[in-house]
Design a protein around this ligand. Structure first.
Ligand code: CA
Length: 162
C-alpha cells in the first residue's frame, strides 16, 4: 500500500510543469513572454528579416510602451540604428499598429511623399533616441528579432484591440 502510494507520487512528480522550454537562447534576452535577439552585425532590411527567420524569430514588433522601454534598456549606448519589423506602416508579423513611437514628422512624411523607391519603406530605431524613423530598406543596420514563447503569444494583439 505504501509502496504504491510512493510510486504514484513519483509519477505525479515527473509530470510537474517543465519550464525549461520557455527559456530563451543564451544570446537572447527574455521579457514579458518574448525572447529578443539583438544582432551584432548590420544588414539590409530583407536580409535582417531572413536572419531572424533563420533563428525561428521575426523582426521585432513593438506593441506597448513597456516593450519599447525594454528595447531602450537592452541596447547598449552608442549610435547604432536597428531595424524593427515595421514596413509600410505594417508590422510584418501581422500585429496591429496601435502603439507607436515615431519620431516627429516621420508618420506624416509617409503620406506626404514616398521618398524611397526601392520597394518598401522600412523603419528603424536609434540607440540614442529610440524613436522610429523610416529609412531606405537597402541600407545596412543592426536589427532586433523577437519570438513569443508563451501560449498567450497574442497578448499584444489583444492589447491592440483596445
Ligand atoms: Ca512584441
Amino acid at each position: 500500500m505504501e509502496l504504491s502510494f510512493f510510486v504514484i507520487f513519483v509519477i505525479l512528480n515527473q509530470h510537474s510543469p517543465v519550464t525549461a522550454n520557455l527559456a530563451c537562447e543564451s544570446d537572447q534576452s527574455e521579457n514579458d513572454g518574448s525572447c529578443y535577439y539583438f544582432s551584432e552585425s548590420e544588414s539590409n532590411f530583407a536580409t535582417s528579416k531572413s536572419s531572424c527567420e533563420d533563428l525561428g524569430m521575426h523582426l521585432v514588433s513593438i506593441g506597448s510602451q513597456e516593450e519599447q522601454n525594454f528595447m531602450q534598456s537592452s541596447i547598449s549606448s552608442g549610435n547604432k540604428e536597428l531595424w524593427i519589423g515595421l514596413s509600410r506602416l505594417t508590422w510584418i508579423d501581422g500585429s496591429s499598429l496601435d502603439y507607436n513611437n515615431f519620431a516627429n514628422g516621420e508618420y506624416d512624411n509617409y503620406f506626404a511623399s514616398q521618398i524611397f523607391d526601392d520597394g518598401g519603406i522600412c523603419f528603424e530605431m536609434t540607440e540614442l533616441q529610440s524613436q522610429w524613423f523610416d529609412s531606405s530598406c537597402s541600407g545596412a543596420s543592426y536589427y532586433i528579432c523577437e519570438n513569443e514563447i508563451e501560449d498567450n503569444a497574442g497578448t499584444y494583439r489583444k492589447l491592440s484591440i483596445n
